[in-house]
Design a protein around this ligand. Structure first.
Ligand code: HEC
Ligand code: HEC
Length: 289
């Protein structure tokens, strides 16, 4: 029940006039400092609403014109400008210079990874691990055309047996059976010799006959012991890495009809900065030479 406002004898403060069962409520004033802070926050909020976008109206800006979106846009523009500057540096450098400069190298590895996922992974696998049917692994030490930065750069730029690039890697292995250079028995013997290079020949006399045929027909590209030749892109035949399969039937097929795997020339399709970044990235995968 509201009663009369009176002064409390003990504290000297007014009561509010409310009383319950004889207990009266004091009207204690707020501490001064609290009150001033409270007024200050109100004033701050008022100024804020004028200066910054605070009203729930689409497109509203304060007097300063600042918006979170605008700030982000500026930040992105600054970032892309920095990126353009870095790309220009990488474009003007050789792959070796890019790899030697820690800042350019870090940028190239990140950019190369993205470009690889977009452009190369379909054939070479997401991690460059290669795929069956002639798509070589780029993540091992086994290189068809050389694993140095310069060699990798050249292969990416000009491709392999690419018909729209005059500087492409162009070696063609003959189709020994199809072109009538060897008959079926001779192809079988040569395949037996190729198997013997990895200790897998079943027919020693055939492998011996094949060894003579190999020296005559194959050694110029694959090396006299099948050790391969990067000038020709002729793969090693004395290791466990096979582009087209290492069983006898696959080897016979490779000899009889040849394979002639092809890779597009990327120099005409990609920004030179991207080709440089890809070379550095691919080199980092395979350890390189
Ligand atoms: C259409 C499929 C295809 C695409 C896409 C492709 N490649 Fe290739 N790449 C090949 C084939 C096939 C070979 C092997 C050619 C041969 O038999 O010598 C090869 C070979 C290579 C080699 C040489 C490997 C060695 O052992 O010397 C490099 C390096 C390479 N590719 C990098 C790339 C990069 C980087 C990209 C992306 C820009 C790419 N490739 C995209 C099919 C492809
Ligand atoms: C003009 C060079 C050249 C000559 C000569 C040549 N090759 Fe090749 N050979 C290659 C190239 C390049 C490849 C890579 C595959 C391709 O054609 O794309 C290859 C691939 C192969 C492969 C498949 C390897 C794999 O990893 O799957 C076999 C097997 C092979 N050659 C055996 C022979 C034999 C045996 C002879 C002789 C009868 C021979 N080659 C003669 C260049 C040559």
């Amino acid at each position: 029940m509201p009663t009369k406002i009176e002064k409390d004898a003990i504290t000297g403060t007014d009561t509010t006039g409310h009383e319950w069962d004889g207990i009266k409520e004091l009207n204690t004033p707020l501490p001064r400092w609290w009150l001033y802070v409270f007024y200050a926050t109100i004033a701050f909020a008022a100024v804020w609403v004028v200066l910054y976008p605070a009203l729930p109206i689409p497109g509203a800006t304060g007097l300063t014109g600042w918006t979170a979106r605008g700030a982000l846009r500026e930040e992105l523009a600054a970032g892309s400008q920095q990126q353009q500057a870095m790309l220009a540096r990488i474009r003007a450098a050789t792959p070796a210079e890019v790899a030697a400069d820690p800042e350019m190298r870090a940028f190239a590895l990140a950019g190369g990874r993205v470009a690889f996922a977009n452009t190369c992974a379909a054939c070479h696998g997401a991690g460059g691990q290669g795929a069956a049917g002639g798509f070589p692994s780029l993540a091992d030490d086994d290189w068809l055309w050389g694993g140095s930065l310069a060699a990798i750069h050249r292969t990416i730029t000009h491709g392999v047996r690419a018909d729209d690039d005059n500087d492409t890697h162009a070696t063609l292995m003959p189709r020994f059976l199809a072109d009538g250079m060897l008959n079926a028995a001779q192809v079988g013997d040569t395949a037996e010799f190729v198997l013997s290079l990895t200790g897998r020949a079943d027919d020693a006399p055939a492998a011996r006959r094949g060894s003579l045929l190999f020296a005559e027909n194959c050694a110029s590209c694959h090396g006299d012991r099948g050790q391969g030749n990067q000038e020709m892109g002729a793969p090693r035949l004395d290791d466990q890495v096979w582009l087209y399969g290492g069983d006898k039937a696959s080897i016979v097929r490779s000899i009889a009809y040849s394979r002639r795997g092809a890779m597009p020339a990327w120099g005409v399709r990609l920004d030179p900065a991207v080709v440089n970044m890809l070379a550095v990235y691919v080199h980092s995968l395979g350890g390189g030479d």
